[in-house]
Design a protein around this ligand. Structure first.
Ligand code: FE2
Length: 226
C-alpha cells in the first residue's frame, strides 16, 4: 500500500506461494507516496529489492504471448505513462510475436473510464497508445488500477481505432479496501486461450463459500479481430 519493507515482505511471501509462471509489474502503490525524498531518489528501491526478481516481463506460451510494461510515473504517483522507448519496444515485440495466435499487453493503469465508474490515473496519450498497439496487432490490453472487472472493445472509447482490440480491466484479488468504501467485490480475471478462441472469466470472492466463484465468461474468436 505504501511501498514499505514490511508490506513488500508480505507481498513477496504471497507471490512465492504461486507456483505458476509469474508476470509481475509495479503499480502506483509500489513507489513511496509520503516520503518525497525516497520517491525522488530511489522510487523503485524497495520494489526492486523485494519483488522485481520474482517475475518475468514476458511469457510466451504456444497459444499466447504476454508482455508487461512499467507505466508508473513516480513524479505523479497516479497517472500512468508509457514512454516512447517502451512503446517502440512493445511494437517491435508484437511484430516479433506475429506467429503466436494471441498477443496481449499488460499495464497497471487503465486507458479509458467506463461511463458508470470514473477513476483517476488514466495512461497519458491513451488514444495514441491504443492505436499503436492495435496497429501492431495486439489483441488485448490488460489493466488493473480501477479495481473492477470490465471487458470492452477499444472502439467504445476510441472510435477511430483502426483494428479490433479489447481493453480488459481486472478487480483486486485481495485488498480489503475495495470491499468497504468502493463497494466492490474482490475478484481476479482468468484468461483462457486456445488457438481459435480467447476467453475472459472474472472470478469473484464469495464470503459464504470462502472461495472465488467464476462469473460470466466472454469469448472472442479470431473472426472478431479480422
Ligand atoms: Fe493502482
Amino acid at each position: 500500500m505504501r511501498a514499505r519493507n514490511g508490506q513488500f515482505k508480505a507481498a513477496r511471501h504471497f507471490l512465492e506461494s504461486i507456483s505458476a509462471p509469474r508476470l509481475i509489474i509495479p503499480g502506483n502503490h509500489d513507489v513511496p507516496l509520503f516520503s518525497l525524498f525516497m520517491r525522488l531518489l530511489r522510487p523503485f528501491g524497495n520494489y526492486n529489492k523485494w519483488i522485481e526478481g520474482l517475475g518475468a516481463r514476458e511469457i510466451i506460451f504456444d497459444e499466447a504471448a504476454i508482455f508487461c510494461l512499467n507505466t508508473i510515473n513516480y513524479l505523479r504517483h497516479q497517472q500512468g505513462n508509457v514512454s516512447r522507448e517502451d512503446l517502440r519496444k512493445t511494437a517491435e515485440w508484437l511484430d516479433a510475436m506475429a506467429g503466436v495466435p494471441w498477443r496481449i499487453v499488460v499495464m497497471h493503469q487503465h486507458l479509458a473510464n467506463v461511463p458508470w465508474r470514473r477513476r483517476p490515473g488514466i495512461i497519458r496519450d491513451a488514444a495514441m497508445i491504443v492505436n499503436a498497439l492495435a496497429e501492431h496487432k495486439a489483441h488485448a490490453i490488460l489493466c488493473g488500477h480501477v479495481h473492477y472487472h470490465n471487458v470492452s472493445p477499444a472502439s467504445d472509447f476510441f472510435p477511430g481505432v483502426k483494428r479490433p482490440i479489447l481493453l480488459i480491466t481486472s478487480g483486486t484479488a485481495t485488498h480489503k479496501r475495495v470491499r468497504g468504501r468502493e463497494g466492490e467485490t474482490n475478484s481476479f480475471n482468468m484468461l483462457t486461450f486456445t488457438a481459435d478462441q480467447f476467453s475472459i472469466t472474472p472470478c469473484y470472492w464469495i464470503d459464504e463459500k470462502q472461495d472465488y466463484i467464476p462469473g460470466e465468461t466472454k469469448s472472442f474468436t479470431r473472426e472478431y479481430f479480422k
